[in-house]
Write a protein of this length. Structure first.
Lengths: 705, 139
């Protein structure tokens, strides 16, 4: 038999395969059955396989020794590349790709082959083969330096670039091994062989310098073939292995969760929960922990005081420092006592530590105690603690803060809903009175058809009515906040009656309502108003505007405003709004703005903080929209100009109202300017105050001397 | 941004002291040590009767050319001393107060740990990370 020269990659690969076939762990002989399977998986015709076996000498020897096996593999590669099978070809054929075995069982090997062939190919192949969730994959790649599993053998110290090495017997780590694979070629790292849990590891760990080899072997041996998607890792780890997952991955998960959006976080969370969480407590363990808990504290809903817990865990003979750290991690609410969940988490960490796993920096999510059971009145003691926990995270040590985001995402409903309510807060409060009124009006007039959109409508109708009846500034704030903060629901301040002309610069918000209300309202007016109020002008022209505007603005508004308008029109004949709407669009706008201006003029300063807030909030948010609106208004104006003048149904009143509208408009703009100037002054004064305070502070010490 | 944070026990020995590692740390240690006198002075100046009303935050203990030293004392006479860079003019009193508040909370958490014996040095990682966050940026 000629000497066989193998490249490093080939060497690794072949040794992996040999180990795979070496089911009896003899390190010398590959089981015939396995070898045959392998060759069959190589998808070579049978006679080729026989030829290979003959060439490598196995038929002569009757078994596959390591050298025979290697030769056979090389011949397989030769055959797969299409070269004739010759004994000489094993050495003469240069740059032979690694033999590919494509049976389902050997997918891994084929992937390995792909991986070993070249670095770039690896990356590409892995990205094609294994589509890990992007966040996770990237995080995993980025967070390679997590090295929480202590080395078993001192030989190879895990390089910071090498992937986490913790051996995982169960499939869950496969994604990590895959990523390890992808990193191996790039990093060329040699992973520490991990003795611990895996019996496979020991024969291969020391023998092989290549970590990838270990990975290959490992993945080759994992009973179910590793799934491509990491979601499908549903196998539970053998109960004997308490903790298999490297905390790094858990941290990755948590990191990913913190980074990802809420929805992505939900997905990731689902995925992580669906597959095996290394820190997850199995049922057996949980039962054991619960029993232990009972020995200290018979009431499962009660909690163990710190001193009792200290005695209990001191028995585990871990160093106090580590116990202290475990306590820090597990005492979630920082109350100096352990609830059942906290106790289980602490116990689990103790067990992990005793088994040689490093303690995580932050509590793994699976160990986090459940959130407050709000119906559980028994844990009154815990409740304030837990509630305090939710409040204290802001002040909690940063070690909790990484877990906090994950916590927050664990209970997204609580946090997000609170956020939502907080955001929505200003709006409903302000609108209530008019809201009710609008509701009544609407219900009377529009009937059941409009019941569905009532809520958004009310928001908008209230805006409208407020403008007409209450301070428009108030409505401004509410409307704008609604418009701006209800992301996706209302892009523009809802139902603000048509505002002054677009030419008025200080009213960016104004523009929006003009657009929104003036145009959109017309859309539905035509179908609804015409049959109800024949006196109204022909709104068919408005349909054009509405159509043009609907395209520009949100459909929500389009639906809402028209309904709002008919309500208003029907309800209050005297309101300039309606009159305005009956007229041409331009007139409509002006008319609509009159009530707003009137109200604004009458009580311009009534809610000083509200316009401030609106301005502060809306200015930022409106700026990007101002352009949009100005464009819209420009379009509107153009359209309006092109429209034939609409016959006026009401003559005298309209003129008077228009005049008042104009006056109010001007007052409005003046007040708005004044407001902004005052705001600026206020800011300046505050800054001066701050600087004076600082000076005072500096001078203060001297007063003590 | 704090350049040095120290937790001093009632008996005036340090439970925890940490500075940013750039400079001669001994200087900071010395400053903290000397500031203890000022702390005692302030505590005693309040009068025994006012112990309950005494504010925990002591404020600026004394300024030096480069640094300012702030103090905070708990009801159990555990003192927190913070050395701040004078060039950081943006650091306002309120911010210092909030930093001390965070320190106090973290210290309380450390105390709650049954494995911590009062009087031991503080080795809590959570406490460390909190202090690190204070040193890296203004809280």
């Amino acid at each position: 038999m000629e000497g066989l020269t193998l490249s490093d990659a080939e060497q690794k690969y072949y040794s992996d395969l040999f180990s795979y076939c070496d089911i009896e762990s003899t390190k010398k002989v590959a089981a015939n059955g396995r070898v045959l399977e392998l060759f069959r998986a190589a998808q070579l015709p049978n006679d080729v396989v026989l030829q290979i076996m003959e060439l490598c000498g196995a038929t002569r020897l009757g078994y596959f020794g390591r050298s025979q096996f290697y030769i056979a593999l090389k011949l397989v590669a030769v055959a797969q590349s299409g070269f004739p099978l010759r004994v000489e070809s094993i050495n003469t054929v240069k740059d032979l790709p690694l033999p590919r075995f494509v049976a389902s069982k050997n997918e891994q090997e084929s992937r390995h082959a792909a991986s070993y062939s070249s670095d770039s190919e690896n990356q590409g192949s892995y990205s094609g083969v294994i589509p890990p969730p992007p966040g996770r994959g990237q995080v995993k790649k980025g967070s390679v330096s997590h090295d929480t599993v202590q080395p078993r053998t001192s030989a190879d110290q895990q390089e910071p670039a090498s992937p986490v090495v913790s051996p995982q017997q169960s499939p869950p780590t496969s994604p990590h091994t895959w990523r390890k694979h992808s990193r191996h070629p790039s990093g060329g790292n040699s992973e520490r062989p991990l003795a611990g849990p895996g019996p496979f590891w020991s024969p291969f760990g020391e023998a092989q310098s290549g970590s990838s080899a270990g990975d290959a072997v490992w993945s080759g041996h994992s009973p179910p073939p590793p799934q491509e998607t990491w979601v499908s890792f549903a196998d539970t780890p053998p109960t004997s292995t308490l903790l298999t997952m490297h905390p790094a991955s858990v941290q990755d998960q948590t990191t990913v969760r913190t980074v990802a959006s809420a929805t992505a976080a939900n997905e990731i969370r689902r995925q992580s929960s669906s597959y095996d969480d290394p820190w997850k407590i199995t049922d057996e363990q949980r039962q054991y922990y619960v029993n232990q808990f009972k020995t200290i504290q018979p009431d499962l809903n009660g909690f163990i005081p710190g001193s009792a817990a200290k005695e209990f865990f001191t028995k585990s003979k871990l160093p106090i420092l580590e116990l202290s750290h475990i306590w820090e991690l597990s005492d979630f609410d920082k109350d100096g006592a352990l609830t059942l969940d906290e106790f289980c988490a602490a116990f689990h960490l103790v067990v992990a530590r005793k088994n040689g796993y490093d303690l995580p920096e932050k509590l793994p999510e699976s160990l986090m105690p459940k959130l407050i059971d709000l119906e559980d009145s028994a844990d009154v003691g815990d409740q304030p603690g837990e509630v305090g926990y939710s409040g204290s995270p802001a002040e909690a040590p940063p070690s909790k803060s990484p877990s906090m985001p994950s916590l927050n995402q664990t209970w997204p409903e609580l946090n997000q809903s609170s956020e939502d309510t907080a955001i929505v807060h200003p709006v409903p409060i302000r609108m209530t009175p008019s809201k009710i009124h609008m509701q009544e009006m609407e219900l009377k007039r529009t009937g059941s058809d409009h019941t569905n959109p009532t809520s958004p409508l009310l928001v908008k109708t209230s805006d409208l009515s407020e403008e007409s009846k209450i301070n428009s500034s108030v409505k401004f704030a509410s409307g704008n906040t609604v418009g701006q903060q209800q992301a996706g629901v209302v892009a523009h301040p809802p139902a603000v009656p048509p505002r002054p002309q677009p030419s008025q610069a200080p009213g960016p918000v104004v523009h929006r309502p003009v657009d929104a209300d003036g145009l959109i309202t017309h859309t539905s007016t035509s179908p609804q108003q015409i049959p109800e109020q024949p006196n109204f002008a022909d709104f068919s022209q408005f349909e054009v505007f509405a159509a043009s505007n609907v395209n520009e603005e949100q459909d929500d508004e389009a639906e809402k405003h028209p309904e709002v308008l008919p309500v208003e029109k029907a309800s209050d004949p005297a309101s300039s709004l309606r009159v305005a709407k009956t007229d041409s669009k331009i007139e409509e706008k002006t008319a609509a703005s009159v009530p707003a201006n009137v109200s604004k003029g009458t009580t311009p300063l009534a809610p000083p903080p509200k316009p401030v807030r609106r301005r502060l909030k809306s200015e930022d948010e409106l700026r990007p929209e101002v352009d949009e609106h100005t464009q819209k208004t420009g379009v509107l104006a153009a359209v309006l100009a092109s429209q034939p003048s609409i016959p006026r149904s009401v003559g005298k009143d309209k003129k008077a109202i228009q005049a008042s509208i104009r006056r109010n408009k001007e007052t409005n703009t003046v007040l708005a300017r004044l407001n902004s100037e005052l705001q600026q002054q206020l800011k300046d004064v505050l800054e001066e105050r701050i600087s004076l305070e600082v000076q005072l502070e500096q001078l203060r010490p001297f007063s003590h001397l | 941004m704090a350049v040095c944070v120290a937790v001093i026990a009632k008996e005036n020995y340090p439970l925890y002291i940490r500075s940013i590692p750039t400079e001669n740390e001994l200087k900071f240690h010395y400053m903290v040590h000397t500031s203890l006198d000022v702390v005692d002075e302030k505590i005693s100046a309040m009068g025994k009767a006012l112990v309950d009303q005494r504010e925990l935050y002591l404020g600026l203990l004394y300024p030096t050319e480069d640094y300012k030293v702030y103090g905070y004392v708990t009801n159990s006479k555990v003192k927190f001393v913070m050395v701040v860079d004078s060039s950081n003019t943006a650091l306002r009193d309120n911010e210092i107060r909030s930093m001390f508040r965070k320190l106090h909370n973290s210290y309380t958490d450390v105390m709650c740990n049954p494995f911590y014996n009062p009087g031991d040095r503080i080795h809590s990682r959570a406490f460390d990370s909190m202090v690190t966050s204070m040193m890296i940026q203004v809280c």
